[in-house]
Write a protein that binds this ligand. Structure first.
Ligand code: NAD
Length: 331
């Protein structure tokens, strides 16, 4: 995937939102050599310029030769990927739902300008509540729905793999387990489909091997769910993990990797759900979401997933009716 206008090898990313999350992604992008161009947009233009300068001063050490600049919405016209990390971050004690109204307004302004630029690539959304914001972007841009990817439960899944890996004494790469549903309080671990190497984690616990227990699995799932609250209480915001999750998704797009990540995807009958965007394992390639993987969930997991989708659906409806967005969307 590349911008034809800029030459055959140019991979152009525009980042909208130069806060902690956006700049963690930008820094990771600079050191990864995944893209050749990075334009940074923020409502605080001076901040965007300062961030671009600062990153440019690292170029000599990065091993690549990227073009990094404070961009305008016109620069989105021939971009391959737009990353949306603008908004307000979660405050201590604030639920993701509380963030919704403020961030819906922020997106209304941004998407009007993005649409006017003629952008026709893939959008990756990180702003919370991410499942709702992703649905808003799909509705408001009119892009093919699978070309709008929410980070969904990508980060939660990474946290799960890290914690399970530490618990079992195995590298996270060899843990195959997913957090699905809302990126938020109603998310769930699909334990029936969790594996270490090719062994079911539930059957490992059942066997009593190594003293692994179901209680510990419950504790790990709770720790994953509460990780953001804990980090925010300690240092006000979370950003390195999500910055790397964004890089992982952007790399998968540029490399047409077809790797499986638990992104926020538009469900159209999968898992018995329709018209909602939720974290599910999906195959990611150059056109965005190529395929949603339907896990064989057990009944209790199916019920929990459907409850989680209800939470997202209710929030999405309240966001669309509570902001000027409904009016714009119905045009
Ligand atoms: P931040 O406050 O540091 O940065 C937000 C940036 O957006 C600021 O620089 C601000 O100036 C900019 N902005 C606001 N309105 C804008 C507009 N209309 N146009 C352009 N720029 C605008 O916040 P942060 O810590 O970087 O978090 C950003 C978002 O990412 C939050 O919604 C946060 O909850 C979310 N987040 C998501 C995940 C995830 O897993 N998806 C993880 C962590 C944080």
């Amino acid at each position: 995937m590349c911008s034809e206008k800029n030459g055959p090898d140019t991979r152009k990313v525009i980042l909208i939102g130069a806060g902690f999350v956006g700049m963690s992604f930008a820094y990771a992008l600079l050191t990864s050599r995944v893209a050749q161009e990075l334009g940074i947009i923020d409502q605080d233009e001076r901040k965007a310029r300062g961030e671009a300068m600062d990153l440019n001063h690292g170029l000599a050490f990065s091993g690549g030769n990227m073009k990094i600049w404070a961009a305008t919405y016109e620069d989105c016209a021939d971009a391959d990927v737009v990353v949306l990390a603008a908004g307000v971050s979660q405050k201590e004690g604030e639920t993701r739902a509380d963030l919704l109204k403020r961030n819906a307004g922020v997106f209304d302004a941004i998407l009007t300008k993005l649409n006017a630029s003629g952008f026709d690539g893939v959008i990756v959304v990180a702003t919370n509540p991410v499942d709702v914001m992703t649905a808003i972007v799909r509705r408001k841009t009119g892009l093919v729905p699978t070309r709008v990817i929410g980070t969904g439960t990508t980060l939660d899944t990474a946290r799960l793999r890290y914690l399970l890996g530490s618990y079992m004494g195995v590298a996270p790469q060899n843990i195959h387990a997913y957090v699905i549903g809302e990126h938020g309080d109603s998310e769930l671990v699909a334990w029936s489909q969790a594996y270490v190497s090719t062994k079911s984690i539930l059957s490992v616990c059942r066997s009593g091997e190594n003293d692994f227990s179901f209680e510990d699995l419950d504790r790990i799932a709770t720790d994953v769910r509460n990780a953001a609250y804990e980090i925010i209480a300690a240092k006000r915001a979370t950003y390195y993990g999500i910055g790397l999750a964004l890089l992982r998704i952007v790399r998968a797009i540029f490399e047409d990797e077809r790797c499986i990540l638990t992104v926020s995807a538009p469900l159209a009958g999968e898992y018995g759900e329709e018209g909602v965007s939720a974290g599910v394992p999906a195959v990611i390639g150059k056109e965005g979401i190529r395929k949603i993987i339907s896990l064989d969930l057990v009944k209790s997991e199916k019920d929990a997933f459907s409850k989680s989708c209800r939470v997202i659906r209710d929030l999405t409806e309240s966001a669309l009716s509570g902001s000027g967005i409904t009016k714009n969307l119905q045009k």
